[in-house]
Design a protein around this ligand. Structure first.
Ligand code: GLV
Length: 324
């Protein structure tokens, strides 16, 4: 009997592919780039399931062309690339990979924070271009991190991991969120709940860990940037559209904030061109979860979700339980 067909939309780890191949016929896009939307839709037409990455847009148009599709398994915790409502209307399950990347993403948030505060990238480029002529008292002056105020926007799983690391730097931790965390968590992290404005006005470092939703689009725009201290640093390892990138460029140019460390951009892979030339900005190509261990775990978790969903079980990380 022909086995049900599954699409793996981009290159993932062989271990994860093998898990799916045990029960399903797998079609893989082994190319390095995402498939163009029309080709993606074309290749999904006869599939019952798909493992996709966050660069694959699964919208109404795509799912309306796939009558047999029962599950879309995203290899990411964020699933703003998928129109969940459109999937739910067609009883298509959507899954993600929460939990496994929290520590790795928090580690990278700190990498960005420290690299930006202490000007590591600028200094590295200086040295590599043979301009270093010796130690200078006034050279590469950055900002201290220890004993400063860290403002965390979004105290979810990743935000909490970021907070935990801040304690080693003996920082004061402020956080804001739509809901206040239980007092046991606040106590454990030493984090104080404040409103957004208080956080922006008082933090030396503002780090963003909110999901991308209509309500969090441009969560940081000119109004917010203007509230921040001129010596403050903005870190974004959540989703690009959470920050109004044009406003950020403007704020950096006007010295409204001191610097920024970014892993994500509004229109990836496009970047506001002026950011490229700024020395007080550290730019990473959306890589916060990119450790070997974590990316492998994300891929196998996506495979587990897909296999469970297609075997009549509830996928462990179902984001739209209303379809069951
Ligand atoms: C990465 O950005 C993710 O959402 O997993």
């Amino acid at each position: 009997m022909a086995r049900p067909k599954v699409l793996i939309s981009q290159k993932i780890f062989e271990e994860a592919v093998a898990m799916v191949k045990r029960d399903f016929e797998v079609e893989e896009n082994r190319g390095a780039a995402p498939l163009p939307p029309n080709i993606l839709a074309q290749r999904l037409k006869d599939k019952v399931g798909a493992i996709v990455l966050l660069t694959d847009k699964i919208d109404e148009d795509v799912v309306s062309q796939c009558p047999d599709l029962r599950i879309v398994s995203n290899v990411a915790v964020g699933y703003n690339n998928i129109d969940v409502a459109a999937c739910s209307r067609r009883k298509i399950m959507v899954t993600n990979t929460p939990g496994v990347l929290d520590d790795t993403t928090a580690d990278f948030t700190w990498t960005l924070l420290l690299a930006t505060a202490r000007r590591v990238v600028d200094a590295d480029q200086y040295l590599r271009s043979s301009r270093w002529k010796g130690w200078g008292l006034m050279d590469f002056l950055g900002y201290d991190v220890h004993h400063k105020v860290l403002g965390i926007c979004g105290l979810g799983r990743i935000g909490q991991c970021v907070a935990r690391r801040a304690r080693g730097f003996e920082m004061e931790i402020l956080y804001t969120d739509v809901f206040r965390a239980p007092s046991s968590i606040e106590k454990d992290l030493g984090a104080r709940f404040v409103d957004k404005e208080t956080l922006l006005k008082n933090s030396d470092f503002v780090t963003l860990h909110v999901p991308l939703l209509p309500e969090t689009t441009h969560y940081i725009s000119m109004v917010e940037l203007s509230l921040m201290k001129p010596t403050s640093i903005l870190i974004n390892a959540s989703r690009g559209p959470v920050v109004d990138e044009k406003a950020l460029v403007q704020a950096l140019k006007e010295g409204r904030i001191a610097a920024a460390g970014l892993d994500v951009y509004e229109n990836e892979p496009e970047i506001e061109p002026e950011l490229i030339g700024m020395k007080n900005v550290v730019l990473a190509p959306h890589m916060a979860s990119a450790s070997r261990e974590t990316r492998l775990r994300m891929a196998t978790m996506a495979a587990e979700n897909l296999v469970a969903g297609l075997s009549g079980k509830r996928p462990p990380n179902l984001v739209n339980p209303e379809v069951l």
